[in-house]
Design a binder for this molecule. Structure first.
Ligand code: PRT
Ligand code: ZN
Length: 296
């Protein structure tokens, strides 16, 4: 196989998305040789390699065809797509459930802010001029956009802006800078990005396989398998209390014709309280197990 027969995925070299992205790829059965501080990681087993770069470079590397896919925040991907021409047609192929944050407008705490219209004629500092500009247009607001590469949150105190548009997670940074979040411009999380038209060769097959594994991993990530025993008479009451998920499976218990083993896939955590309720309805021998893999 020549190098380009192998799939190449771009991901952040060192930052918030690095650990969870690697963990997710590992869960998809991909492992890599070479230490993480190197630029390139060679895939062992499957023909999938990693390119470790700054997150801001990831959409461009996909658009240029240097990488087939990339793991990047929606904020970075959308900002790139707004700035790039139509020839760079990138798609968000999967949402990955980590790196969650929001791109928000924030104003000084003392400002009597009630609605976006009050931003008209003001200067808003941001590292996301494309996304902010788009939001301002949809709101019909004419405001000044001050583009900064970093430290956006101190702009109002420095007097270089009246408000900011920046990423927020816990909100701690805003509070520390006497700012208040007012409007959400974009909800973000890490996504698997790629060209809208995926290759149809061996790399395309590998992408298909990766998507299927990812779907399995994402589906079971929060899932729990609930196992319990109940008598025939209690089955209805017990089943009614089961938290979500598809129909449970019933198995007979050898030598006890009135007893059943019930197995149910639950979409999320099963709490102690839920278990206690199900037990009250007649269940015994209850187990809650994490689900590691699933292939539909
Ligand atoms: O070196 P490189 O360019 O690759 O890294 P980077 O510094 O640009 O990125 P990094 O690692 O900080 O973030 C990577 C991605 O993580 C972002 O593009 C987002 O998609 C996502 N993410 C999730 C966040 C946050 N949460 C986050 N809280 N990115 C940045 N922040 C910053 C934010 O800019 C602000 O300064 O954290 C501060 C706010 O956090 P709270 O918790 O105080 O609200
Ligand atoms: Zn960056």
């Amino acid at each position: 196989m020549s190098t380009r027969d192998r799939l190449r995925i771009a991901m952040q070299k060192s930052g918030r998305l690095t650990e969870p992205a690697l963990e997710l790829l590992n869960r998809c059965g991909l492992s890599f040789r070479q230490s993480r501080d190197k630029l390139f990681c060679f895939g062992e087993g499957e023909p999938v390699d990693l390119l470790l770069v700054r997150d801001d470079d990831i959409p461009g590397l996909i658009a240029q065809g240097v990488c087939d896919l990339g793991i990047v925040g929606r904020n970075v991907l959308s900002e790139f797509s707004l700035g790039a021409g139509p020839e760079a047609d990138l798609a968000e192929w999967r949402q990955l459930g980590f790196g969650r944050c929001r791109l928000s407008i924030a104003v000084p705490q003392e400002m009597a802010y009630e609605q976006p219209a009050q931003l008209a004629g003001r200067r808003i500092a941001t590292s996301y001029p494309g996304l902010l500009g788009q939001w301002l247009r949809t709101q019909g607001i004419d405001a000044g956009v001050v583009t900064l590469a970093g430290s956006v949150e101190i702009a109002p105190r420095l007097g270089t802006a009246d408000a900011i548009c920046d990423l927020v997670q816990s909100g701690g940074t805003l509070v520390a800078n006497q700012l208040r979040e007012t409007d959400i411009v974009l909800e973000s999380e890490a996504v698997l990005a790629g060209p809208r038209n995926l290759p149809s060769d061996e790399r395309g097959d590998m992408i298909d396989l990766l998507f299927k594994r990812l779907d399995g991993v994402m589906q079971v990530r929060e899932s729990r398998l609930l196992l319990l025993q109940a008598s025939r008479g209690a089955l209805d009451a017990v089943t009614r209390l089961l938290p979500g998920g598809p129909q449970p499976t019933l198995l007979p218990v050898a030598g006890q014709p009135d007893q059943f083993m019930l197995q149910a896939l639950c979409a999320g955590e099963v709490s102690w309280r839920q278990l206690e309720e199900i037990k009250k309805a007649g269940a015994r021998e209850m187990f809650v197990l994490p689900v590691e893999k699933m292939l539909a």
